[in-house]
Design a protein around this ligand. Structure first.
Ligand SMILES: Cc1cc2nc3c(=O)[nH]c(=O)nc-3n(C[C@H](O)[C@H](O)[C@H](O)COP(=O)(O)OP(=O)(O)OC[C@H]3O[C@@H](n4cnc5c(N)ncnc54)[C@H](O)[C@@H]3O)c2cc1C
Length: 214
């Protein structure tokens, strides 16, 4: 009856490791291993971490793996694919469907599909995912930079967000239905110093052999 989200299992040299346990019955669950990192991990390494998660969730009990899957999700897109021509639109996780800071995409893709169906049934044309609002993109980029430069503190950052007084704010934040006051609460829940330092360092850019303030 209890779902476990982001059970942090340590910081690797090249990423942050956590597990999800999502039970669907008393004896059956989706058990997931996730690594946030700059490079994909090999299947062998991921399998090792996944087996540790299975051991933890099942204890010494007999277990059967019913199905397994794996994948690599982009944490934000750096390139926009060229348009496909009239009547076609790119959609899904490789076309801006995923939230950059979490990789969550299901609800966003479903929302896009629902909106597209409405537009089509009103005689309009189909388009891909709209860009996220500027504040959203800015916060996600900053968050990812903080995680990248401070992976050993990443668990604390997520725990600060999940530990907010009103859990509905977390859900609205993660599902893109956040108000300005939700944003303010999320920002307030995070350690300010580490974000200000990252913002400050991001304002400096290297041009040739000079550092420029931008
Ligand atoms: C292990 C894992 C867990 C995830 N968990 C979550 C989660 O908990 N919450 C969440 O919000 N998101 C999650 N995601 C992210 C995202 O929601 C899923 O990846 C989602 O399935 C993406 O949908 P999609 O339609 O973009 O791509 P897909 O579901 O991968 O669909 C793309 C389809 O296109 C087909 N295809 C590819 N190339 C071609 C081609 N050239 N011609 C014809 N067909 C082609 C593929 O076979 C595939 O069927 C998860 C992803 C992974 C991998």
């Amino acid at each position: 009856t209890v779902a476990t989200l982001m059970d942090f299992a340590g910081c690797l040299d090249d990423g942050v490791l956590f597990h999800y346990v999502l039970p669907v019955s008393r004896t059956r669950a989706l058990i997931e291993t996730t690594v946030f990192g700059p490079r994909p991990l090999s299947t062998a390494r991921l399998t090792k971490y996944q087996n540790a998660a299975l051991d933890k969730a099942c204890g010494g009990h007999r277990r059967t793996i019913v199905r397994s899957e794996g994948g690599v999700l982009p944490m934000g897109m750096t390139q926009v694919a060229p348009p496909l021509g009239d009547g076609y639109a790119r959609a899904g996780v490789m076309s801006g469907g995923a939230r950059a800071s979490t990789g969550y995409a299901f609800q966003r893709i479903q929302r896009w599909a629902r909106d597209s169906a409405r537009v089509l049934s009103n005689g309009g044309g189909v388009t891909g995912h709209a860009a996220d609002p500027l504040i959203h993109r800015g916060m996600d980029q900053l968050f990812l930079r903080v995680v990248r430069s401070n992976p050993e503190g990443a668990a604390e950052l997520f725990l600060s967000i999940f530990g907010m007084h009103d859990p509905m704010r977390v859900i609205r934040f993660l599902t893109d239905s956040c108000s300005l006051s939700d944003y303010a609460a999320v920002i307030a829940s995070l350690p300010t110093g580490v974000f200000l330092r990252e913002m400050w360092s991001g304002m400096w850019t290297r041009s040739g052999n000079r550092l420029e303030f931008v």
